[in-house]
Design a binder for this molecule. Structure first.
Ligand code: FES
Length: 160
């Protein structure tokens, strides 16, 4: 009787658990992804940002976010930023308003989104709306080579 009850419980719970905790898509593998920067970390100056893109077949995973971004959302690019003399930070390139890729306005030391005009300070905070949430971070690490960082992400399966 207990075995029958257990089997019935699993038959009911399994589809619910799969919905709540979806299995990784076939061929996807989470982990640090290697990114080669166009400028070594050691040469990025104060209030400077360097853009990078995800390698083919790779997506980055946002560490946090607000607005249109959320932890675990995919990003296909980002910026390494030095705000003043502070240590580098890495942001996902997705605008928190509706997801467009924003750009770096070097002369004015800010980020600007071409879609609806949102602007962000180099610390990621909102300078001008319509965005109301700050830029999303990517989790990253330095390597022995200052031109190479690793960014948390996943390799996309075939057909992605
Ligand atoms: Fe960037 Fe709307 S998507 S301002």
């Amino acid at each position: 009787m207990a075995g029958l009850l257990g089997a019935m419980t699993m038959a009911i719970l399994a589809p619910i658990l799969v919905y709540i905790i979806p299995p990784p898509a076939k061929g996807q593998k989470k982990g640090p992804q290697t990114v080669r920067l166009t400028k070594p970390l050691t040469e990025i100056g104060p209030d400077e940002a360097v853009q990078f893109s995800a390698p083919d077949g790779v997506a980055f995973l946002m560490a946090d976010g607000g607005g249109d971004n959320a932890p675990g959302d995919l990003a296909f690019g980002g910026y390494v930023v030095k705000h003043g003399e502070s240590a580098p930070t890495v942001y996902a390139i997705n605008c928190p308003h509706l997801g467009c890729s924003y750009g770096f306005d070097a002369p004015n030391k800010k980020f600007a989104c071409p879609c609806h005009g949102s602007q962000f300070r180099l610390d990621g905070s909102v300078l001008q709306g319509p965005a109301t949430a700050p830029l999303a971070h990517l989790s990253w690490k330095e390597t022995e080579d200052p031109s190479v960082i690793t960014v948390d992400g996943l390799t996309l399966g075939q057909g992605a």
